[in-house]
Design a protein around this ligand. Structure first.
Ligand code: HEM
Length: 504
């Protein structure tokens, strides 16, 4: 076992040699611009673990669409334009499709086995193939009924206890994924599956913000003894993640053995692959879909709460969307996913929600597998690349977009066909684009359309509603209050009657 002194000396020497290596190799090569750096630590500590997208966006005016950070042996390239994201993460997918090596979360906690963090290689390809099988646009059609029923149950919750809208949105977000992935029926927000997933996702969300652990910048620190606080946190995290992936997996395996497993994505994958040697991959593939989807659960949570906040702030937009639903869907039933192509204004509200405040403002970072060049700038191998999608939403529509980027205006997607669809960046890019995109788009649409059909949302009776958002990897509205009332007695009755037909 190495002593503490040996480790500290070792890390200083390795940082110094990486710094010298970097300096020597940089001669004659131009890196993208970035804030001023210092010897050894460079400017890497400028990357704040909380809400870095805000500073990256401010930097756009000074440094442009590419910003380079370096130090302690790490390089980070921030992309501040949609063109750069597409050019690099999609068109140069062969070089830009690794994930950053998170020493703590990936290696010490074990999350490195999941699709979202796996190296771009054979094991990732196998998991990805399984995910495509289960989540293709055709395959997700069989989940329409579950998604519609869950949207109805969300509305029922909003009708009975409207003040607890955060809880209802959290419950529906987790229910969708547990029901689809494992066939599990969850009754309440305090179910252990949900509370455990929430705890795990909160921990992962904090731990995957670049720079959250010094050990991610100086990996040799992983050899510190197990009593050091971050190693103890890593042990606790490992246990949380292993239980998150194993518990529902073992549950389905047991139910399948007894012949009474309800339909689920995991069961479909087992039947299609006859389990066996693929067992480990199935466990992690569904586990990472579950993990990814819990992030998405969190993204769904973020998106629906952002929508509720926007409706409270923009009553005229809400009225126009409701009028479209009343005209096309009628007033006798709730919307269905198949109504989607006939509701252009509601679709524009969904797009504007994802633009106004993206759930993942920095996407999920990538890492380069070899040296490359872009627009004359050198990008070294192993550079961590962050698509700052927040910047596209907050700035890049200017100066051509005549609408204020700060305001919630769905018309920008109706009146101007050049406005890019936020789905083209909110779900990522190229080979690692979110495999749950189709499922997620249907979920978000049906929840938003059902809420619009049933409720009037307005600001709180007391106090002012100010849009404020969290600063972690998945960013959602800070606790806020608003008034949610059924649009009429008749609508409330239709809703309750429809809810009584739900099979969940
Ligand atoms: C509103 C909902 C969702 C949003 C905003 C979202 C967004 C994202 C983003 C930005 C990425 C990174 C893509 C990249 O690196 O280019 C991603 C990856 C991923 N998502 Fe989603 N997602 C959502 C829903 C889902 C759902 C429903 C599932 C599963 C059923 C899912 C599973 C995954 C997985 C497994 C990955 C990792 C893919 C890989 O690394 O190859 N997501 N998602």
């Amino acid at each position: 076992m190495l002593s503490l002194a040996e480790i500290l000396v070792g890390s200083a020497v390795s940082a110094l040699s990486l710094y010298l290596f970097f300096e020597l190799n940089s001669r004659g090569r131009h890196y993208a611009p970035g804030p001023r750096g210092y010897p050894i630590i460079g400017n890497i500590l400028d990357v704040s673990p909380l809400g870095p997208w805000i500073k990256f966006t401010e930097y756009k005016a000074r440094y442009g669409n590419l910003i380079f950070f370096y130090g302690l042996g790490n390089n980070v390239l921030v992309l501040n334009s949609l063109k750069a994201m597409n050019d690099l993460l999609d068109k140069q997918g062969g070089t830009f499709s690794h994930r950053p090596a998170f020493t703590v979360v990936g290696e010490l906690m074990g999350l490195g086995q999941s699709m979202a963090l796996l190296e771009y290689g054979n094991e990732w390809r196998t998991q990805r193939k399984l995910a495509h099988m289960a989540l293709s646009p055709t395959a997700v059609k069989k989940y329409y009924v579950v998604q519609e029923d869950l949207a109805v149950l969300l509305c029922k919750g909003l009708l009975i206890t409207p003040k607890r809208f955060f809880d209802h949105v959290r419950l529906v977000s987790s229910r969708i994924i547990l029901s689809i992935t494992y066939g599990l029926t969850i009754e309440a927000a305090d179910d252990e599956y949900i509370t455990h997933a929430d705890d795990t996702m909160r921990m992962i969300g904090k731990a995957t913000v670049p720079g959250a652990f010094l050990c991610d910048l100086v990996p040799i620190l992983k050899y510190l003894p197990s009593w050091v606080p971050f190693r103890r946190r890593a042990e606790a995290g490992k246990e949380l993640i292993e239980r998150l992936v194993s518990k529902p997996f073992n549950h389905v395996v047991k139910e399948m053995a007894q012949g009474n497993a309800p339909p689920s994505l995991l069961q479909d994958l087992f039947l299609a692959n006859s389990g066996g040697e693929l067992g480990h991959q199935l466990k992690w593939s569904t586990g990472s879909m579950y993990g990814g989807a819990l992030f998405s659960g969190l993204s769904n949570f973020a998106t629906i709460l952002t929508f509720i906040m926007a409706m409270a702030l923009y009553p005229e937009t809400q009225r126009l969307a409701q009028a479209e639903i009343d005209k096309i869907v009628g007033t006798e039933r709730l919307p269905m996913i198949t109504d989607m192509p006939n509701l252009p204004y509601v679709n524009a509200v969904v797009k504007e929600t994802m633009r106004w405040h993206p759930a993942l403002p920095l996407g999920i970072a990538r890492r380069t597998s070899e040296d490359s060049f872009y627009e004359g700038y050198f990008i070294p191998k192993n550079t961590v690349v962050m698509p700052n999608v927040w910047c596209i939403s907050a700035v890049a529509f200017e100066p051509n977009d005549k609408y204020d980027p700060q305001k919630f205006i769905p018309e920008r997607f109706i009146n101007d066909s050049d406005t890019p669809n936020p789905a083209s960046w909110a779900f990522g890019f190229g080979r690692r684009i979110c495999p749950g995109k189709h499922l997620a788009e249907n979920s978000v649409f049906i929840q938003i359309a059902s809420i619009l059909a049933m409720f009037d949302i307005s600001p709180p009776q007391k106090g002012e509603l100010k849009p404020e958002f969290g600063l972690n990897l998945v960013s959602y509205p800070a606790e806020f209050d608003c008034t949610i009332l059924p649009r009429s007695e008749v609508k409330a009755e239709i809703l309750l009657s429809r809810a009584s037909e739900c099979k969940l």
